[in-house]
Ligand binder design. Structure first.
Ligand SMILES: NC(=O)c1ccc[n+]([C@@H]2O[C@H](COP(=O)([O-])OP(=O)(O)OC[C@H]3O[C@@H](n4cnc5c(N)ncnc54)[C@H](O)[C@@H]3O)[C@@H](O)[C@H]2O)c1
Length: 275
């Protein structure tokens, strides 16, 4: 039997980038998905391609009624909500804090923070009666470290990591797991927009900064999301899975990890007056 056979999911922002890869993977492994997105054209094309296993619900994650409608649709069509992926996002306002308007702050936080809050809130409501379910939200390396993204984005993503922990602590009482995934730079339309939609250029930049030396693709992140949604992760909750080729845990190796370390040691001894 396929890994997600008979299971129903909502993927916010499921029409593009990481959300699209997640939708495709869930369907390929037997799942059924409500794509909850503001982007109609991409979503409709994906539904045409993937067929009956996906439904498009046009919605905005900042609107509570529209989140409820997407989840209720999944319950009505699939029997129950087994997994919720709070993925919809934008880069939002960039620049100095000193130049950031309160309005731009509110707009960015409404999608990246309020949208995830509402998704966790209503997924929990739908899953509680079943005593089972898994929620995965998209944080970022900007959610675990400074200077990985714009200021308001960083604030929102740290909030996703925090809410993941507190919601996990409440929801574990009724068998619902709450986790997050924190990608580093990944080649998607969101990041390509930073280079005038030049995906090759953004891929080269991500590869150059990566300790593993190649660019992260949406499928690399979808693989982590599917693991956390799956039964293989049944004992994992409140966790943020960082997927960044080790960038935030250490980064590219410094010279003293190389063969030259021996040389540096002896150089140090000589400076200390040792043999
Ligand atoms: N690409 C990266 O480098 C990267 C790194 C870390 C985290 N992330 C996070 O991953 C998630 C997906 O990003 P992506 O890179 O795949 O971007 P993307 O632009 O390819 O996809 C984002 C999707 O979210 C949808 N969306 C945006 N605002 C919405 C709203 N208000 N309501 C409903 N849908 C909305 C868009 O229409 C789009 O389909 C985001 O939360 C992002 O912050 C991305």
């Amino acid at each position: 039997m396929a890994r997600f056979s008979g299971k129903g999911f909502v993927v916010t922002g499921g029409a593009s980038g990481i959300g699209e890869a997640t939708t495709r993977s869930l369907v390929a492994q037997g799942g059924k998905v409500v794509i909850a997105d503001v982007q109609e054209d991409l979503a409709v094309a994906l539904v045409d391609e993937l067929g009956d296993s996906v439904i498009f619900q046009k919605m905005d994650v900042t609107n509570e009624q529209e989140i409820v409608a997407a989840i209720d649709l999944a319950v009505a069509e699939f029997g129950q909500l087994d997994g919720m992926v709070n993925n919809a996002g934008i880069i939002g306002v960039i620049g100095s804090i000193m130049d950031t308007s309160a309005e731009d702050y509110d707009f960015t936080m409404s999608i990246l923070s309020r949208g995830v809050f509402l998704g966790i809130k209503h997924a929990g409501r739908a899953m509680k009666p079943n005593g089972a379910g898994a929620i995965v939200s998209l944080a970022s390396t900007a959610g675990v470290k400074g200077a990985e993204g714009p200021h308001v984005y960083t604030m929102a993503k740290h909030g996703v990591v925090g809410l993941t922990k507190s919601a996990a602590s409440e929801f574990s009482a009724f068998g619902v797991r709450v986790n997050a995934v924190a990608p580093g730079g990944t080649v998607t339309p969101m990041t390509s927009a930073l280079t005038d939609n030049n995906a090759e250029l953004i891929a080269a930049g991500i590869a150059a900064a990566s300790p593993l030396g190649f660019a992260c693709l949406p499928q690399d992140i979808a693989n982590g999301i599917l693991f956390l949604l799956s039964e293989e992760a049944r004992y994992i909750t409140g966790h943020t899975l960082v997927i960044d080729a080790g960038l935030t845990s250490g980064g590219i190796a410094p010279p003293f990890y190389s063969q030259d370390a021996e040389v540096m040691l002896h150089a140090g001894q000589r400076r200390d007056g040792a043999d």
